[in-house]
Unconditional design. Structure first.
Length: 258
């Protein structure tokens, strides 16, 4: 994980949490001059977010600190739309993606639209990153995937990626591939898994984690979407974006029930 935290109490908490989860801190930068970005999520079923991100640490992430050797050692680089919302992190993220492509990494992009964070029109910026990505995972409430999910997935393919996955919340997901990306050409529709939802926070991130795990493991597109749907569904069965993340045993059990 490449990110930038302040040296404040919240930054210390996040750094400790990453350590507890076994996430290497090699590219977790600490900024002594800026605070850590704060995100607050509503406790109701809608899960609305509020942010404090005024010249905070993550807006100054130095991706040059990720050496080319590190890119040679990984097969997938994943970036999110929040890092594109403002400079200098926006430019640093584009630089990282350009280098990742030169090192034959598969670039995965989640637009994760948060319009309140943007300092300018986000459409051309997001469209540029979509064009650089190999895989795009978007939700139906992302502006790049508005309208009919199947049509949105096909439309995203026209922008450059080889695979587009559009999630539909409890209704599952639709994926389309044109054969130029990491999966063979075809379309997959998944109706989702029926679970008792407690808190939807982090479900999209959990889905993306499952999708990337399946990609790294060389699974088929249909299997990848099924796995991702199971991970995303289980992440809604408890409170919190991280506390409810399932392990592989729980995911396997849910898939076996279907």
């Amino acid at each position: 994980l490449a990110t930038r935290l302040g040296t404040d109490a919240f930054g210390d908490f996040l750094a400790a949490t990453l350590d507890e989860r076994g996430v290497p801190d090699r590219f977790v930068q600490r900024d002594p001059d800026r605070g850590t970005t704060l995100a607050f999520v509503a406790s109701d079923a809608e899960g609305g977010f509020s942010f404090y991100r005024e010249n905070t640490a993550d807006l100054h992430l130095d991706t040059a600190a990720v050496p080319d050797a590190a890119l040679d050692a990984v097969s997938v680089v994943c970036v999110g739309g929040v890092m594109l919302a403002a400079d200098p992190t926006r430019s640093a993220t584009f630089d990282l993606v350009a280098r990742a492509r030169r090192h034959d990494c598969t670039v995965v992009f989640d637009p994760n639209s948060r319009p309140e964070l943007w300092d300018e029109d986000r459409d051309p910026v997001v469209e540029r990153m979509v064009g650089l990505a190999d895989v795009v995972k978007a939700a139906t409430d992302d502006h790049v995937a508005a309208g009919d999910p199947a049509a949105a997935a096909r439309s995203l393919l026209d922008e450059g990626p080889g695979v587009a996955v559009v999630t539909r919340g409890a209704a599952g997901a639709i994926a389309a591939a044109d054969g130029t990306g990491p999966w063979s050409a075809g379309e997959v529709e998944h109706a989702g898994y029926a679970v008792e939802t407690v808190d939807p926070t982090g479900a999209g991130d959990a889905f993306l984690a499952g999708l990337i795990a399946a990609l790294v493991e060389g699974r088929s597109l249909a299997d990848a979407v099924d796995l991702a749907a199971a991970v995303g569904a289980l992440a809604t069965t408890g409170r919190g974006a991280m506390a409810a993340l399932p392990d592989r045993a729980a995911v396997a059990a849910l898939r076996a029930e279907d």
